[in-house]
Design a protein around this ligand. Structure first.
Ligand code: GRF
Length: 202
């Protein structure tokens, strides 16, 4: 079985990267992680990739004059590694429209809320402030608008009395580590694809 060559884009800790790498160790998993790109040289996820002997590339966004130039460097690295799918996992840069179009239907992102609720940053603070009784995570296709593309997978956890951003965040993160590998598996298997700006399930 030819596995889909997948890159993971990170900016930090890389726990979701770790869960994708672990899932891809299963012989029947339809994707393989062939490249990890970070815009931050000190991202913890780079060590996770190195331990798994996955090639890494640091592309610091500050070295580029524009968003387009930064995205062109990412695009070149992805093409050089013959990547077909991209997973963004805590990647803290917004892409240019050019990049979004070029990789349309081939980039996934994970967000720690039940989108469309609470996009952006300080997600668990937003959830606690709103007083919601459930929260969760969402894997979606990347679109030009932040945290808003067609949804591939979602799952929820309760928000418990006395929750802090830390306790809620930890509960959601544990869920993310299950949902992201499942979502990537679905897309890599061709069970879900982006068609006319919708996620179509087969
Ligand atoms: C996760 O909560 C993810 O949903 C969000 O950023 C966080 C990244 O965590 N986009 P990690 O680097 O994968 O540990």
């Amino acid at each position: 079985m030819a596995r889909v060559r997948t890159a993971v884009l990170i900016s930090g800790r890389g726990s979701n990267l770790g869960s994708l790498i672990e899932a891809a160790h299963a012989p029947d998993y339809p994707a393989e992680i062939v490249l990890v790109i970070s815009n931050k040289p000190d991202a913890g996820g780079l060590a996770i990739a190195a331990r798994a002997e996955i090639p890494t590339k640091v592309i610091p966004h500050r070295q580029f004059a524009s968003r387009e130039d930064f995205d062109a460097a990412i695009d070149a690295a992805l093409r050089e590694a013959d990547v077909s799918l991209v997973c963004e996992a805590g990647f803290m840069r917004i892409h240019s429209e050019w990049f979004v179009k070029r990789w349309e239907g081939r980039v996934l992102n994970i967000h720690p809320s039940l989108l469309p609720a609470f996009p952006g940053i300080h997600v668990h603070e937003q959830a606690l402030a709103a007083g919601v009784k459930v929260s969760g995570c969402t894997v979606h296709f990347l679109t030009a608008e932040l945290d808003s593309g067609p949804i591939v997978a979602q799952a929820c956890v309760p928000v418990l009395p006395g929750d802090t951003t830390e306790t809620l965040g930890a509960r959601v993160l544990e869920l993310e580590h299950k949902v992201y590998p499942e979502a990537l598996g679905l897309v890599a298997n061709g069970k879900v694809e982006l068609q006319n700006a919708r996620a179509v399930f087969k």
